[in-house]
Write a protein that binds this ligand. Structure first.
Ligand SMILES: [Mg+2]
Length: 318
């Protein structure tokens, strides 16, 4: 079966919930999308390469989920509500069973967020997935990295470090503590394989957060980027990190702290809020520090500064 045509993907996505604001979707030379009055479009794109962003042999359902999830996470970080996606898929061969699983993973997440696939392309080559996602928000309400000010409190959603712990297990770079329960190991692997983009939280942060970023390369590195964009430094207290029971059970506290600060792939949100401003009720997040005058990231334990060399994940290092 020739993969130069989009027909196979189109077949799998045909029943993927149509949006009323899609004038023309898959099937023409381009999609035609109606932006509602008073709204703006936020556009993001991300590429996943086998062996770089996920281990070779990762289940196709997870790859399909993650390819969309990493983009929805970027939309969430901007405060945008996801609307449309485009998919460029490079495959070593036309494997229908693989494609069925891939599209099932992609489609389940797309349906959950009312995202319509409106275009795409397939090519033969090493396994590489590029997704572009488009989201909507009221004009002028996008969350930016650069809006923070010294004194703002720093929050994080979820329990960072879990995905990095899960990846370390999948790659057998970490041996679980002997008393760790099997379901703790499963929970961590799941956080890597099926991350949850925090779209509802991102939308609720419009008009609340002064700055926001998603954690794709590690909390420390991504918070440092937010602080730099905001023209200040940041201070984080490791004793306030929301570590999951599963990560503590599998990795122990020291490794859990390290995963939480430096591990990537969490796709949680890190955001700042002016110290006196109230947070919306029921927002699932944890205060972990503060923006400060100066530059760079300072890591503390209780009151004392600890030595911590952070780099996050840099694709072009070494
Ligand atoms: Mg991002």
């Amino acid at each position: 079966m020739p993969l130069s045509e989009f027909a196979l993907i189109e077949r799998y996505f045909r029943d993927l919930g149509a949006r009323r604001d899609t004038r023309i979707g898959v099937g023409d030379d381009g999609a035609v999308l109606a932006v509602p009055p008073g709204q703006e479009v936020v556009a993001v794109v991300d590429t996943l390469v086998e062996g770089v962003h996920f281990p070779a042999g990762t289940a196709a359902r997870s790859i399909g989920h993650r390819a969309l999830a990493v983009n929805l996470s970027d939309l969430a970080a901007m405060g945008a509500t996801p609307a449309w996606a485009l998919l460029a898929l490079t495959l070593p061969r036309a494997d229908e069973a693989w494609l069925a699983e891939f599209t099932a993973g992609f489609a389940a997440l797309a349906r959950a967020h009312d995202v319509q696939l409106v275009g795409g392309d397939t090519t033969a080559g090493p396994l590489t997935i590029t997704v572009q996602a488009l989201g909507l928000l009221p004009r002028g309400t996008a969350l930016l990295r650069g809006g923070g000010q010294a004194g703002d409190l720093v929050f994080v959603t979820g329990t960072p470090g879990d995905a990095a712990g899960g990846l370390a297990l999948l790659q057998e770079r970490m041996r679980a503590r002997p008393d760790a329960a099997a379901n703790s190991l499963d929970a961590l692997r799941d956080r890597f394989l099926f991350p949850t983009p925090r779209c509802a939280t991102g939308a609720r942060l419009r008009g609340v957060a002064s700055a926001c970023i998603d954690i794709s390369d590690g909390l420390a590195g991504d918070l440092a980027k937010l602080a730099a964009a905001s023209g200040c430094g940041a201070r984080v207290d490791v004793t306030q990190l929301p570590l999951s029971a599963a990560l503590l059970a599998v990795a122990g506290r020291a490794a859990a702290e390290h995963f939480a600060l430096t591990g990537g792939d969490d796709y949680e949100l890190c955001f700042t809020v002016p110290a006196q401003a109230p947070l919306p009720d029921g927002l699932a997040c944890t205060a972990i520090g503060q923006l400060v005058e100066g530059r760079g990231l300072t890591v503390c334990r209780g009151g004392s500064v600890i030595d911590f060399s952070h780099s996050g994940f840099d694709h072009f290092a070494n």
